[in-house]
Design a binder for this molecule. Sequence first.
Ligand SMILES: Cc1ncc(COP(=O)(O)O)c(C=O)c1O
Ligand SMILES: N[C@H](C=O)CCC(=O)O
Length: 444
Amino acid sequence: MPSAPDSAPACEALFARARAVVPGGVNSPVRAFRSVGGNPRFVTSARGPYLTDADGREYVDLIGSWGPMILGHTHPDVLAAVSEAAGRGFSYGTPSENEVALAEEIVARVEPVEQVRLVSSGTEATMSALRLARGITGRSRVVKFAGCYHGHVDALLAAAGSGVATFGLPDSAGVPASAAAETIVLPYNDVAALEAAFDTDGEHIAAVITEAAPGNMGVVPPLPGFTEALRRITREHGALLISDEVMTGFRCSRAGWYGLEGPYAAGAPDLFTFGKVMGGGFPAAAFGAPAGLMAALAPDGPVYQAGTLSGNPVATAAGLATLRGCTDAVYAHLDHAAKTIADAAASALTGAGVPHTIQWAGSMFSIFITDRTVTNYDDAKTTNAPAYAAFFHSMLDQGVHLPPSAFEAWFVSAAHDDAALDRVLAALPAAARAASESFATIAP
Ligand SMILES: Cc1ncc(COP(=O)(O)O)c(C=O)c1O
Ligand SMILES: N[C@H](C=O)CCC(=O)O
C-alpha cells in the first residue's frame, strides 16, 4: 500500500475528528481511501469541474459525486432552481407540481416507462422495484450478477460491486441467511448460467436484476445479445426483468443505457430504476414501469411503499433543472471529454509499459490495470489494485481526483472544459510511471 504522499493537514485533522464520531470517518465506505491508502480529502466547495478541499487545494473532479454532477458542480441553472424552490419551502409532505414535472420528464425520455414513483436514494429504488416484482409474481427469488451493485439492499449485497468489491468482501454481515437464500448470484455476461438457473429454479424466480451496463466493478458493458437474452429468458419463465439505471440513467444518453442499446427485439425490461443524475446532486431517485405493473403499488394496489421525503420539492427542482440541462450538446461534450482523457491515459500507460484495458458505457469509463478484456467480475478482479493506488495518488498529488477505488467508473461533466482536461492530460504520464514502478515491484 503506498503511503499518503502529499500533506493535507486540515483534511487529516478533519478525518481524525470524523473517525471519533463517524464509523471509519466516512458516511459511505468507498470514500475512505482504504484500498488506495492515505486520507480522504474533505471538500469545502465545488464549482464546475473542480473540488476545493479544506487545505485550499483544487482538484479536477473525476468522481462527480459518483455520477450525479453531469452538468458540473453548482451549475447556475440548477442553483437558481434550487434557491427558488427552497425559498418556497423545504418539504411539504403533500404533493407538489415539480414531482409531476420530474415524472413527466423521465417518462418522456425512457419510452417503456409510463409511470414512476419517486424515492430518495438508488437503494430505495431497487429495494422497492424488487418488492414490486415479488408482489406481482408472487415469487420470492431474485437473480443478480456478481460485481453488480444495486445499493445496500439485503437481498442484493451478495457478491456486490462498489465498496463491497473495493474491500474484497464476499457479502455483508447482518444479512439474514433467509434473505441471502432467496438470492441467486450468477456470473455477468453468461447466458448459459442464466438458462441453467431458470431450468432449476424458474418457477420461484420473481426477477432478474441487472445494472443496465455495470459500472460498479469498473465498467463492464453487456456483451452483444446479453440484455436480449435476459429479456427472452425471464419472459419465457414468467419472471420480471429489472434494469438498474441508477448510474447509467440520463448519463449514457437522454434515455440512459436503454437509449443506447434499446429498443430490444425481445422486448423492453419490465422495471427500471433511476437515481444520481435525476436528482442533480440532491437525494432523489425513482423506479418505473408500464402503468399496468405500477398499479400494483399502494394506494392503488397491495404492494406497500412510502417515504416522508419522497418527491422533495428542492430535490425535484434540482433534478428537473439538471435533466432539462442535458441537451444533445452536453452528451456530445461528455463523449469528447471522456475520450480525450481515456485516449491520453491509454497512451501514457502504454508508454510506461503498464498493461491496461479501458472499457466504456456511453461516456462512463474505467481503466483496468490488467491485460484481459473484462467481461465479468472474475476478470475485473485481475486488475492490479496496488498499481491503481500508485496511479491514483500521483494524480491526486497533481490535482486530479479520481475515484479512490479500482472498481469504480470515472465521470466527466459538461463543465470539463479544455483547461480542466489539460490539467488531467498533463498529470497522466507521471501517474502512469508511478503505476509502472509499483507494478514492477509487485507483479509475479
Ligand atoms: C447501479 C446502482 N444501483 C443502485 C445504487 C444505489 O444508489 P444509492 O447510493 O443512491 O443508494 C447505486 C449507487 O450507489 C448504483 O450505482
Ligand atoms: N459506486 C457507488 C455508487 O454508484 C458509489 C457511491 C457510494 O456507495 O458511496
